[in-house]
Ligand binder design. Structure first.
Ligand SMILES: *Cc1c(COP(=O)(O)O)cnc(C)c1O
Length: 398
């Protein structure tokens, strides 16, 4: 192991005494991000004003930072660009993918997918009309459901609730063999374990950066298009910054070169500055080390919780290849149990109807945190301290 996870832990600004197991939903603040954003605000925005677009490299930031993300997801240089939010990027990738398979009408997804992805697909089908439809099957039935009606498979590699992981390489090969194009959502993959987009021959991929990549709330999404498709990909959201020459101000749209065409409008420079600083953390990190430690931490947590809390049922697959970087347990009172845990300084989250989620990110979580979190959970379950009215009132964000 070459990665020094004590060094990466020191790069985060985490409140003392808190055990943060929710980096799968919102990564914590990298110390360097606060300083970088402050500098971007005062020196670049404040000092350079509009000159920042050229002098501070704002205009090139989406592709430059996209290349940094590419290095973390096994993508070719020049194949990833930043911008918008993940939901928007889902729409964009899907629309482009559908145009590549014009004779087919079905978008295939699974019932474990994140609702926003499904909603975006539904909305796109309604806009397109002409018989386009979204079909969802159980995650384990996806392979069998890829038939010759399927235009695009739209799959999130890791299930946000259970942590179950699809086999990206195998499903991509199967989709291609059956004439379909693939869209992979890497929301719970990028920064969670090694991803090999190019090796898997994925067509399109998208993901967010505020989860395992720690860009902060509202951080921009990314989109990947395989280089072999660049010149025939028509961007459905044809904004001026995806134009071949935005500052020619032509009246007609012409797609930009390569991945640049997937840009839409003005990039979020302050959020990109936070992301850029957050990505520095990965410089000394070997993703295989990250994966090995993540799995060891997950196994340690599962063993401790199963030994002490028989009333909690593991929702995450046990096989290492079949899971991402989170562990989930089921309990009908999951919401109240999670509130009790949070009150004791262990932050995970709850997903309806009954899932307690815990994200494991070796960048700042070690064995000591895992042991303490499991012990606190065991105490809450044994004492029944979760069973109080104040833990049962649902807040807007769970
Ligand atoms: C987190 C997440 C989203 C959120 O999309 P936003 O547009 O960033 O709010 C979408 N899809 C998946 C699979 C996610 O995990």
């Amino acid at each position: 192991m070459t990665t020094d996870f004590n060094a990466t832990k020191a790069m985060f600004d985490l409140p003392a005494g808190l055990i943060y197991l929710d980096g799968n939903s919102l990564g914590p603040l990298p110390k360097a991000a606060a300083a970088r954003v402050a500098r971007t605000v005062s020196e670049e925005w404040g000092g350079l004003l509009i000159r920042g677009w050229n002098k501070a490299g704002w205009m090139d930031a989406p592709a430059r930072i996209g290349d940094r993300i590419a290095g973390l997801i096994g993508a070719e240089p020049g194949s990833v660009v930043m911008g918008d939010t993940l939901s928007i990027k889902v729409y964009q990738a899907l629309a482009s993918a559908l145009e590549m398979t014009p004779k087919r009408r079905v978008i295939l997804s699974d019932t474990g997918n994140f609702p926003s992805d499904l909603y975006m697909a539904e909305g796109l089908c309604r806009t397109l009309g002409q018989g386009y439809a979204l079909k969802t099957v159980a995650p384990e039935d996806v392979a069998d459901a890829i038939d010759d009606t399927v235009a695009v498979t739209m799959l999130t590699e890791v299930d946000y609730r259970t942590g179950r992981r699809h086999d990206m390489a195998a499903l991509t090969a199967l989709a291609h063999a059956r004439g379909a194009v693939t869209v992979w959502d890497l929301a719970h993959s990028a920064g969670a374990f090694p991803v090999h987009l190019a090796a898997a021959k994925a067509d399109f991929a998208i993901g967010c950066t505020y989860k395992y990549l720690n860009s902060g709330p509202g951080g921009p999404a990314f989109i990947y298009v395989a280089p072999r498709h660049h010149e025939r990909t028509r961007p459905a959201l044809s904004g001026w910054l995806g134009h071949e020459a935005p500052f020619a101000f032509d009246l007609d749209y012409r797609p930009g070169t390569g991945i640049e065409r997937m840009r839409v409008g003005t990039p979020p420079i302050l959020q990109l500055a936070a992301l850029d600083a957050a990505l520095d953390i990965w410089q000394g990190v070997d993703l295989d080390d990250l994966r090995a430690v993540s799995l060891a931490l997950q196994d340690r947590f599962i063993a401790a919780v199963e030994a002490a809390c028989p009333m909690l049922r593991l929702a995450t697959p046990r096989g290492h290849a079949s899971r991402g970087s989170q562990v989930s347990f089921r309990h009908v009172e999951g919401y109240a149990i999670m509130q009790a845990l949070i009150a004791e300084g262990v932050i995970g989250d709850f997903r309806a109807p009954d899932i307690l989620r815990f994200g494991f990110t070796p960048l700042y979580i070690g064995e000591a945190e895992v042991d303490r979190a499991a012990a606190i959970l065991a105490r809450i379950m044994a004492s029944g301290s979760w069973d109080r009215p104040e833990y049962k009132t649902r807040t807007k964000v769970t």
